[in-house]
Every structure is written in structure tokens, then in C-alpha cells.
Design a protein around this ligand. Structure first.
Ligand code: ADP
Ligand code: MG
Length: 701
């Protein structure tokens, strides 16, 4: 068979036909022979194992038992009747139950003759029962040949209702194998297969659908998972190499007066080792003639902003402008204020552009940008609007990049004749394994060290019932001159319920902390930007001691004197959000605290989240737990990435294999960048095939 037959429409397969083909397309996305071949079971039932009745466990999966029916009775119930048979083996007895078809089943059952029964058991009142078991006489069971590991394919209700059961799918795949006659092209090189001790492609496909035994199934899974991850990595790394070789970038060859003056006179502290290392990595990129596309990861408070500013100054030194984009107005304003302060007495023009910038000011900004008078533009999404044109944009910094969509980020690329250098920053650490898949085509820098002298934030979990003692503690801290955040969940901006919680909370706080002794600020998403800013400023200046807020303060806000973070209904927040919120305190010299308030009713997941927060402040550890709890698809910033639509591999469970795949991909491309060696012919063919067929790659960063 030629390779083309894999592209044959599924409707030509024996046993399929047009109407089934339509269902396969709409329900499972199976269009061709190849799609069906790569439609893998999501689990297997081990039909080699038998249970005894006294070994049964509550909530077990499908099992099989050998025994005999000793008694059959019909039980009348409100609607119709049900058939109940007593089933015994030498260790005990259980019941088999039928709610439908009782009449004809009753006639077909044989008493005192050994059966193999198969199905799920339920447990009630000390008795196990199996509803609607699959049954076969032991004599027949022995005659039939079957695969020991029975594959179970993903399915949908519609498919089942239309009669496309698991057995039907299995049959289709069987005729597919007959049709293809075992001709499967190898996709990997011999040296990779040998080095990793993999089985061949053909053997893997056969055993994933019809496993001969557990060992071969495991080998088939390993081979196919590796292959899937390998080709993803190969594409990501190749893309990165191509970008480096082809996409020319502005060459920032010199470090000049701005950078040097700042470093000598204005830098308020010594950089940490990690900040210096990252800065070196960035400088190397900027002077390499290629466009920089780098992700800077660093835990909350690790000091990414100063790295961003130094990077900007290098751009300025080379005659370029810089853009610095943040996801919220509060954060953009804060960046603006701190940049202005850091650059004091330097001859650099900085402006702020957000949704609430007045038309007149906006016009001035547009003009200054185009004339080149403006050096640094800081702002929100407003920065990427088409109207915003630079004379010579050299670098774009995107803070908290997971808050931006891929499309928004890529708009930055079009702001100059050559794409500007891009530095994206994130304080939501994603586990390395995931970063490799999602951001595999970016270079990654990590600030893995906090500035010296930071005290770890003491974190405690308290129940609502203990609120009074929490308030007492807040009063003591305020007495010492500290400031307090109290944050309410606002999961859905439009949900009236959440606002009610916030307002009720605000009221009870003002009652407990009355004026004039205490001043309480409130900030939430429905306020006008100017009002928000006014309240923020009061808190920053220390005029108010308590800030009641929603998660608008989650990202980036930096107020060193605020040392207590109270999170209300903490069970409703995700781990990364809790971590971000906690990162708002612990920024000054004082001991800081984070108090997680919850009701007594907590889900198992919520308990894990709260315990994790109490036990660790390491963002990477927290991210690992988050990944395990929620699965990779739900992590911030990864949703749009098609990279996670894997057929067989699992980024969490197969993290080790992913690392191997990445290393092998790097090794392969290092030795043979364009895959033109004879040895890599199979890889190249597959690679080209995948690149042609897949659309997901267009979505990566
Ligand atoms: P993030 O990485 O979360 O954006 P920031 O850049 O806001 O962190 O920095 C957090 C705080 O740490 C700021 O107040 C900043 O001035 C301070 N900081 C940054 N780097 C250092 C350093 N090397 N030594 C001391 N303080 C630093
Ligand atoms: Mg920041």
C-alpha cells in the first residue's frame, strides 16, 4: 500500500459508509484512515484477571468473576419489574440485576452452570450486585480468542445512541489493519530507536490497539508518547533556530550613557546574582543581530522591573524607543511612577498611555512617539492599538504576559520595520516541563533568587468563626504602623453576588475599624479609573491603613509598608492567584503575614491548596501542585496553546519522557539542522507531513 492510502477518506473503510463516516467526523474528528489509526484507546480492561466475590471492593472498575447462578426471581417495583439472580462462587454470593428485558433474559439464563460475568459492581446494604452484566458460559469463553487487554476508546453519547459502540470501533480498526496490511512507515531514525530501546512504529500501532500483553502495551505507549512529544519539540526548537537565523533583529551593540549613568548613580541597590545573570543573557541577545524573543520568569518580588528598565536603557543608548506594557491600569501607573522616580535627573522622556488617558494628552503622545521625542511609553493594551506608531521601536517589554492573548503579543511585532526585541515577563511560574512545551520556542531566563533581607511571609489558615481574633491581630499590626490588605474573591466581574460579599465585607470592616481612628480604602473593578487611582494613592501615602479590594490588586502592586494580606473566602481562589496575592506583602523590612480565611466546609482540593500555601512560598513548588490539581489545560496562559492537545502523552505524567524528547530533538537538530542526512530521512518525512497538516503551530507564541 502506498502512503497515500492513509489519507483515504474514512467512508471507504469496510463497515463504515457515509452516515457512520459523518458521525466519526463530527463526534471524533476522524476524517481519514490515518485519523482512525491514531485514535488511541484511553484505557484497557484486563481480561486476564479474575476476582473472587470475597475480594470485591466498593467502587471498583469493571471486573470479571467465574461462578454459577443458583436462584432467579422477579421483583415487582413501582414501574414494571426487575430480575434478580443470585450468583455464587466458592467464596460467597452476590446479585445480578436487570431492569430492562427481564422477560427474555430470564428465559436465557442457565442455573448451576459456570458463567464468566463481566461488569461494574455496586454495593448496597452489605451486598454486592452487578447490573446488566456481560455474560458468557465458561465453555464458550474458553473457545473464543480475545485480546487479553481489551481497549476502551473515547466515545460520546451520540455515538453510543447511534450504535457505534466500543466493539464497533474496535472492529473498524481491525478492518483498517487488514486494509493497510501492516505496512507502516518508520518515523524515527534507527539510532534514536536503538538508543531509547523503542519498538518499531508498526509494532507500536498494533499493540496500542490490540495489545498482546501488558509488557507490549507499555512499550507501545512509550514509543507513541515519545514520538508525539519528540515531533512537538522538534518543531518548537526548529522554529527557534529558524527565527535566530532568519529573523534579523536590531543590533544593540553598545551600552552607553543612559545605562552607565543609571547604573552608577541611580541604581538604588545592588543587583542580585540572578538579576545580573539574566541581564547578561539579555545583553547577549540584543547584540546578536537576531531578534530577541525571551521569557523572563521570576517569582513575585524577585525584581523583574529593574531588569526591564535596564534593558530599556540599552535600547535608548542605541537610538531606539521602548514600550512597556502591563495588563492593568493600576500596574501600568505603578510602573510609570517607579520608572519616573528611578530615572530622576536623567534626560529621558517617559509617558503613560492607558484607556483613561485624555484625548489631548493622547494626541501629544502620538506626536512625540512619531517625532522620536518620546523615549519610553508605558501603558496597558492601549499601547498595541494601530494608532500608536513609533518612530523607532527597539524593544517591547510585556509584563505579566499570561494576562495577554497570543494575538495581542504578536501585535508588538508589527510596530517597526524589523520586529522589535521582545521580553515577556511572568510571575506565575510555570513548571519547567510545561514551559518547554508551551514556550519551547522562546528563550527562557529565570530569576531564581529574591533580593536579600526578605523575610518569608508567615502564612496561616483561619476559619470565619475566628474572625474576631484576626481583627484583633490586624489592630495590633496597624498600631505598629503597618498597613493591611483585605481581599475578596471576584471570580466573575459581572456577578452581583460577589459585589454583595465585597460590600458587606467593607461595611463590617468599617464598623470594626471606625473613623477617625482608622481609615479604610476600597478598590474594585467597577470603579472609575480615576477613583481607583485616588484610593490607591491614599493607601500608598499611608493615609489609609486598610485596603479592601478585589483581585484588581493581584498583579504587581508594590507597597512595602503593607505587611498583612487577609484573603477572604480563600477556598475560592486558585493556587497561583493565592500566591500572587501573598506576593503583595513581604516587600518591606517588616515581618509580613498572610491570613487565609475560609468557612469550615472545604473540598479536598481546597484543603490541598490551603495547606500548600501554608507550607511553602516557593512559586515553582506551588505551580507543580497547581498543575497536578488542575491539569495542564487550565493553567493561566496556556489555554490558547494547541500544544496541549495531545493524543496520547500527558505533560504531567510523562514529564520525564518529555525531557528526553526535548534533549533528543536538540541533539538531532544540532547534528543535522535541516534534517538532510540519510539517517534522518524518516524524521524529515514525518516532520514535513506534520507541518503540512497541522494548524496548531500557528498559535504558538
Ligand atoms: P516583580 O519581579 O514581582 O515584578 P519588582 O520588580 O516589583 O518584583 O520588585 C519587588 C521589589 O524589590 C521592589 O520594591 C524593588 O525595588 C525591589 N528590588 C528589586 N531588586 C532588588 C535588589 N536587587 N535588591 C533589593 N531590592 C530589590
Ligand atoms: Mg512585577
Amino acid at each position: 500500500m502506498s502512503i497515500n492510502s492513509l489519507n483515504t477518506s474514512i467512508s471507504y473503510l469496510k463497515g463504515v459508509g457515509p452516515s457512520r463516516a459523518d458521525l466519526l467526523k463530527s463526534e471524533l474528528g476522524i476524517y481519514t484512515f490515518s485519523d482512525l489509526l491514531n485514535f488511541f484507546p484511553n484505557r484497557y480492561i484486563d481480561r486476564t484477571q479474575f476476582f473472587k466475590i470475597n475480594q470485591l471492593q466498593q467502587n471498583s472498575s469493571e471486573i470479571q468473576i467465574v461462578g454459577k447462578i443458583t436462584n432467579i426471581k422477579t421483583v415487582q417495583q413501582k414501574k414494571g419489574s426487575r430480575l434478580v439472580a443470585t450468583f455464587r462462587d466458592e467464596t460467597g454470593f452476590m446479585e445480578l440485576v436487570w431492569f430492562r428485558g427481564a422477560k427474555w433474559i430470564k428465559d436465557s439464563l442457565k442455573v448451576n452452570i459456570p458463567y464468566v460475568i463481566f461488569g461494574k459492581t455496586t454495593y448496597f446494604n452489605g451486598l454486592f450486585s452487578m447490573p446488566h452484566p456481560e455474560m458468557e458460559l465458561v465453555a464458550d469463553y474458553k473457545k473464543n480468542l480475545r485480546s487479553a487487554m481489551q481497549p476502551v476508546y473515547p466515545s460520546t453519547e451520540k455515538l453510543i445512541n447511534k450504535g457505534i459502540s466500543n466493539r464497533v470501533v474496535s472492529k473498524m480498526i481491525q478492518s483498517l489493519f487488514e486494509e493497510l496490511n501492516g505496512n507502516f512507515k518508520e518515523t524515527l531514525s534507527i539510532s534514536i530507536i536503538e538508543e531509547l530501546n523503542l519498538i518499531s512504529k508498526g509494532e507500536a500501532l498494533l499493540n496500542i490497539h490490540f495489545p498482546r500483553n501488558q509488557e507490549l502495551l507499555t512499550k507501545a505507549q512509550k514509543r507513541l508518547k515519545f514520538e508525539e512529544l519528540f515531533f512537538i519539540q522538534l518543531q518548537l526548537i526548529r522554529k527557534k533556530l529558524v527565527r535566530k537565523a532568519k529573523i534579523k533583529g536590531f543590533n544593540f551593540e553598545s551600552v552607553g550613557i543612559n545605562f552607565n549613568n543609571f547604573y552608577k548613580n541611580n541604581l538604588p541597590f545592588d543587583l542580585t546574582k540572578a538579576q545580573k545573570r539574566v541581564l547578561k543573557e539579555i545583553r547577549k541577545d540584543l547584540g546578536s543581530n537576531a531578534q530577541m524573543n525571551r521569557l523572563l520568569q521570576g517569582d513575585v518580588g524577585s525584581g523583574k522591573t529593574i531588569v526591564a528598565l535596564l534593558t530599556i536603557l540599552i535600547a535608548l543608548d542605541n537610538g531606539f524607543q521602548a514600550a512597556f506594557m502591563a495588563p492593568t491600569e493600576i500596574l501600568a501607573t505603578q510602573h510609570y511612577n517607579s520608572v519616573i522616580e528611578l530615572l530622576h535627573e536623567m534626560d529621558v522622556t517617559v509617558k503613560l498611555l492607558t484607556g483613561s488617558t485624555k484625548t489631548k494628552e493622547r494626541k501629544i503622545i502620538h506626536e512625540q512617539l512619531q517625532s522620536g521625542e518620546l523615549d519610553i511609553l508605558i501603558g496597558t493594551h492601549a499601547l498595541i492599538e494601530d494608532k500608536v506608531k513609533f518612530k523607532n521601536l527597539g524593544i517591547a517589554i510585556i509584563d505579566e504576559q499570561h494576562r495577554f492573548g497570543v494575538a495581542q503579543r504578536s501585535k508588538m511585532w508589527q510596530k517597526n520595520t524589523l520586529p522589535p526585541h521582545i521580553l515577556v515577563m511572568t510571575a506565575t511560574p510555570i513548571p519547567r516541563t510545561l514551559a518547554m512545551s508551551v514556550y519551547g520556542d522562546l528563550d527562557i531566563s529565570v530569576i531564581d533568587e529574591l533580593p536579600p533581607g526578605r523575610k518569608e511571609v508567615k502564612t496561616a489558615h483561619r476559619y470565619d468563626a475566628n474572625r474576631l481574633s484576626v481583627f484583633k491581630f490586624l489592630k495590633e499590626e496597624i498600631e505598629k504602623g503597618r498597613q493591611v490588605y483585605i481581599v475578596y474573591p471576584l471570580i466573575n466581574e459581572s456577578e452581583a453576588m460577589d459585589y454583595k460579599d465585597l460590600m458587606d465585607g467593607y461595611e463590617s470592616v468599617t464598623r470594626e475599624f471606625p473613623m477617625p481612628k482608622y481609615q479604610v480604602s476600597i478598590v474594585h473593578g467597577k470603579m472609575k479609573p480615576a477613583d481607583k487611582e485616588y484610593e490607591m494613592q491614599r493607601f500608598i501615602k499611608g493615609e489609609t491603613q486598610i485596603m479592601v479590594a478585589t483581585t484588581v490588586i493581584e498583579v504587581g502592586v508594590n507597597i512595602p509598608n503593607a505587611s498583612v494580606m487577609v484573603i477572604e473566602s480563600a477556598e475560592r481562589f486558585g493556587l497561583s492567584q493565592l500566591h500572587q496575592l501573598r506576593g503583595r506583602v513581604g516587600r518591606g523590612a517588616e515581618q509580613s503575614y498572610c491570613i487565609l480565611m475560609t468557612s469550615f466546609k472545604l473540598s479536598a482540593d481546597a484543603k490541598i491548596r490551603l495547606n500548600t500555601m501554608v507550607e511553602t512560598s516557593d512559586g515553582f513548588k506551588i505551580a507543580e501542585v497547581d498543575l497536578k490539581l488542575r491539569g495542564p489545560g487550565n493553567l493561566m496562559g496556556t489555554q490558547q496553546s494547541g500544544v496541549l492537545n495531545l493524543r496520547i502523552a500527558d505533560i504531567v505524567k510523562d514529564a520525564q519522557l518529555l525531557k528526553t524528547a526535548r534533549n533528543v530533538a536538540i541533539e538531532t537538530l544540532t547534528k543535522d539542522p535541516s534534517l538532510k542526512e540519510v539517517e534522518n530521512l524518516a524524521i524529515r518525512n514525518t516532520y514535513q507531513q506534520i507541518s503540512k497538516n497541522s494548524t496548531i503551530w500557528a498559535n504558538i507564541s
